[in-house]
Design a protein around this ligand. Structure first.
Ligand code: 8OZ
Length: 374
């Protein structure tokens, strides 16, 4: 049995966690009607025991509004019915002694007209299509389809979207969540504002680093004002090319972002290192991204939130990351295939392997039937 710091408690802002192991947010497309359901409650419950599972569960990305939807059968948190549906999940996790935060999501341009209110165009900082695909369900089968051409958001639409984030955070707390994580990664709406490749605005939300970070800052201030910074986290992915995200100067951009977050008293900052779900090396541009400098920029600005790292971690890498100053390690795909990943890490394995065919959409297979250790 390992006595690694990975298995020691952590107070992350207002989140009292029994281990440093987080379950990363994982889209599974099993929420028809944008409603959480009993199958999902079972799935999260299987992973919720803080001794055998995760010290902190982050839900799959959850749409803050109908406009924020970009994929078939992903859940939402904008209506009273959705709040009620999520209660089964938070109660199941809490019954195991676990902690769970909801990831708040607006996809921006990564959507399809068939998923948008009135069949309209998806919205984005600028009318630039993302060269990426989204998941639609056709006869119950996941199909990857090109995203639709977006329209640029008008300046006077932005306060309403900030308000949607605020309402979603309040709804998450009403549904029993311990907090929220704002999804500012992977080329979705907030990340589209941050990065030059998707933001060519000439108003106060485009151009300089300060301007491109303005939307993120407004969202974070609204959410923290609504539920408290100590119950709020954020996910960033400084160099991921996911969903056609690109920027030629990620280091100064993201150092600015974390410095601006420091005064909010966040529970944690969650950083995807490298390409989401892919290589950890920086694939764009000549210089490697310096994640240590990013953390130091946050700390030097007074940021005290826990520092959560993610992307392709195994046990030795996780232990090294904690030794190097990280506070939490988020595991994604390993948690799909191993409901008791915590127990398996503690004893050094073995680990079930992942079935990719059942990742997006479907029923219990590849969702509830991965075995725990006997
Ligand atoms: C995989 C498939 C669909 C969505 C992300 C929310 O990348 C996602 C996502 C991942 O953050």
């Amino acid at each position: 049995m390992s006595t690694s710091p990975l298995f020691t408690p952590l107070q992350a802002g207002g989140l009292a966690l029994r281990s440093r192991i987080a379950m990363a947010p994982l889209t599974r497309n099993r929420a028809p009607g944008a409603l959480a359901n009993a199958r999902m409650a079972t799935y999260y419950r299987q992973r919720a025991n803080p001794e055998t599972g995760a010290g902190l569960i982050i839900t799959e990305a959850t749409a803050i509004s109908h406009q924020g939807q970009g994929y078939a059968d992903v859940p939402g948190i904008w209506s009273a019915e959705q709040v009620q549906a999520w209660r089964a999940v938070t109660e199941a996790v809490h019954a195991e002694g676990g902690r769970i935060v909801m990831q708040l999501w607006h996809v921006g341009r990564v959507s399809h007209t068939s998923l948008q209110p009135g069949g309209g165009a998806p919205v984005a900082p600028s009318a630039i299509a993302a060269k990426t695909k989204t998941v639609l369900l056709v006869d119950g089968q996941a199909q990857f389809v090109e995203t639709s051409m977006p329209r640029a958001l008008a300046l006077d639409e932005l306060p309403g979207i900030v308000q949607d984030y605020r309402r979603a955070a309040a709804n998450a707390i009403a549904a029993g969540f311990d907090g929220v994580e704002v999804h500012a990664a992977n080329g979705y709406l907030i990340d589209q504002f941050l990065r030059r490749g998707s933001n060519q605005r000439s108003d106060a939300y485009g151009g300089s680093v300060e301007n491109r970070a303005r939307f993120l800052n407004e969202v974070m201030q609204a959410v923290a004002a609504e539920i408290g910074g100590a119950r709020t986290g954020i996910r960033l992915s400084p160099v991921t090319p996911a969903n056609d995200a690109s920027d030629d100067q990620p280091q100064p951009l993201f150092e600015h972002v974390v410095r601006a977050l420091a005064p909010l008293g966040l529970a944690y900052v969650h950083v995807i290192e490298g390409s989401t779900g892919g290589p950890r090396e920086h694939q764009q541009g000549p210089t490697p991204f310096d994640y240590t400098a990013l953390r130091q920029a946050y700390r030097q600005a007074g940021g005290q939130g826990a520092w959560m790292v993610n992307n392709g971690y195994d046990l030795p890498m996780a232990q090294q990351a904690l030794a190097d100053g990280a506070d939490l390690v988020a595991f994604g795909r390993p948690f799909i295939a191993n409901p008791d990943l915590g127990a398996r890490l503690r004893q050094g394995g073995p680990f079930n392997s992942l079935d990719r065919a059942t990742l997006y959409g479907g029923g219990d297979a590849g969702y509830l039937d991965y075995p725990a250790l006997g």
